[in-house]
Design a protein around this ligand. Structure first.
Ligand SMILES: Cc1cc2nc3c(=O)[nH]c(=O)nc-3n(C[C@H](O)[C@H](O)[C@H](O)COP(=O)(O)OP(=O)(O)OC[C@H]3O[C@@H](n4cnc5c(N)ncnc54)[C@H](O)[C@@H]3O)c2cc1C
Length: 427
């Protein structure tokens, strides 16, 4: 075994899942040799960008229902083995103290993503794991004794291999779709990919009027005229898209429709006064128009909504406001304006951009993966994290799966290899 290029296990990708797998392997492997191959100059670049630099690493409100439907059986089994409490206590045992906010989102106590990365890399320094940075894996070849990983200047060999190269969003942070190339080489089946947790690009010429405005809203995705998901939160209006966590949570539905070619059947509606029922809003506006009858009509929602939204709602409701006063608005016009404030409709224009998304939906099919994250096709090959067809809601669900699947794979691979090693020694 060449000490520089031969290992018991190679982990391709030093992101959240790969570092967790390496730490778990290092912990259980009795000094067996592991290498993490990472293409960027430093591991965990994306991890540092998560949760706006705070790293929302899991959520105490956990269940497989927060993930894509097709992969829920595998996700359920992962969550049964590593639930949020287990993950938090595992991190505590490595030296990371966490805090939970009122919505169940878990962050490092310091509110710094760097604390999570430092905890993992410090732990790796205590184990027999080598981290090779600035090294991009180009291709994987299955051999009689394991796997060969071909990089630009060197070829590495290992008995076992973990693919943790992520998805393909925000390529500047590392993951560039290599996972799907490896899947092709190894003939692993893949589900179509598309961006999720992203702003939704919409057809709306008037959007530029309210660029930069934020409003509390209840947003609902409709498919074939039926509501399928509602989210509450801060809706952000941009020149060509609508955004905010509430929209991120609906973006999967929209982008999946683009992949299927059924985007015409999908729309998003926004209730801009989610805490005010229609009748109450209507009465309030009516009283206001009577009391301030000589004020300009465009002031109708001033005092309730951001003033720019008033003009936008007039345009969307197709009601004239220029040169008119509040007192001149008819009852049917007030109805139309209040209805619009309660239900602004947005039609998707294009799929979301990968470089604005947080996660890739689709990927290597979980039907070919066993409960230890090992490929059913290729013994000794594990696939973890976002490379798989697993994507979750905003709120710590994607990192939870990345860490949990990494820990399961790293632990299983180590225990299995130690067993073989001990058997060979006895023989
Ligand atoms: C801006 C942003 C914020 C986010 N915030 C959160 C959050 O707060 N909570 C949450 O749960 N999720 C969050 N996510 C999602 C979460 O970060 C990912 O789902 C998670 O990092 C996936 O982990 P992974 O290990 O599978 O992939 P990654 O973290 O993407 O790691 C893959 C690694 O593999 C390396 N790599 C890729 N190809 C190769 C190759 N050929 N050779 C060698 N190395 C390679 C990459 O450089 C990278 O380091 C966020 C995502 C983004 C983009």
């Amino acid at each position: 075994m060449s000490s520089k290029t031969d290992f018991d296990i190679i982990i391709i990708g030093g992101g959240a899942s790969g570092l967790a797998a390496a730490a778990a392997f290092g912990r259980h492997s009795n000094g067996l040799r592991a290498a993490v191959i990472e293409k960027e100059e430093k591991p965990g670049r994306k991890l540092l960008a998560t949760g706006n630099g705070r790293c929302n690493l899991t959520n105490t409100d956990m269940s497989e229902l927060h993930y894509n439907e097709a992969s829920r059986p595998l996700i359920k089994s992962v969550l049964q083995r590593i639930d949020p409490n287990r993950l938090i206590s595992m991190f505590a045992s490595l030296g990371l103290y966490c805090r939970t906010d009122s919505e169940g989102r878990v962050y490092p106590y310091s509110n710094r993503a760097l604390a999570v990365l430092d905890t993992l890399t410090m732990w790796l320094k205590k184990t027999n794991v080598t981290v090779l940075t600035g090294t991009s894996a180009r291709s994987i070849v299955k051999t009689e004794s394991g796997y060969k990983v071909v990089c630009e200047n060197e070829t590495f060999r290992a008995k076992k291999l973990i693919i943790s190269t992520g998805g393909t969003v925000q390529k500047n942070l590392g993951s560039d779709g290599s996972s799907y190339r490896f899947a092709d080489e190894l003939k692993l089946s893949c589900e179509s990919i598309y961006p999720s947790l992203a702003p939704v690009i919409v057809k709306d010429k008037e959007l530029s009027l309210i660029k930069g405005v934020r409003s509390a809203a209840a947003v609902t995705a409709y498919v074939n005229g039926a509501p399928v998901k509602t989210e509450y939160g801060e809706l952000q209006f941009n020149e060509k898209n609508i955004s905010g966590i509430c929209i991120f949570q609906l973006s999967r539905i929209v982008n999946e429709a683009f992949i299927k070619g059924t985007q015409k059947n999908v729309c998003i509606t926004a209730d801009l006064t989610p805490d005010i029922p229609f009748d109450e809003l209507r009465q309030f506006v009516q009283k206001k128009c009577a009391a301030l009858s000589d004020m300009p009509a465009e002031m109708i929602f001033t005092g309730i909504l951001n003033e720019k939204l008033g003009v936008y709602i007039y345009k969307k409701a197709n009601v004239q406001f220029k040169g008119r006063t509040l007192g001149e608005l008819s009852s049917s016009e007030l109805d139309a304006l209040c209805k619009k404030a309660k239900c602004c409709k947005f039609t998707p224009d294009k799929p979301s951009e990968y470089n604005a998304a947080q996660v890739t939906a689709g990927g290597i099919s979980v039907s070919g993966i066993d409960r230890n994250m090992q490929s059913k096709q290729h013994s000794g090959l594990y696939i973890i994290g976002e490379a798989l067809d697993v994507d979750g809601d905003c709120g710590g669900y994607n990192l939870h799966f990345a860490f949990a699947s990494g820990i399961i794979a790293g632990t299983h691979a180590a225990k299995n290899e130690v067993k073989k090693h001990d058997k060979n020694k006895r023989a």
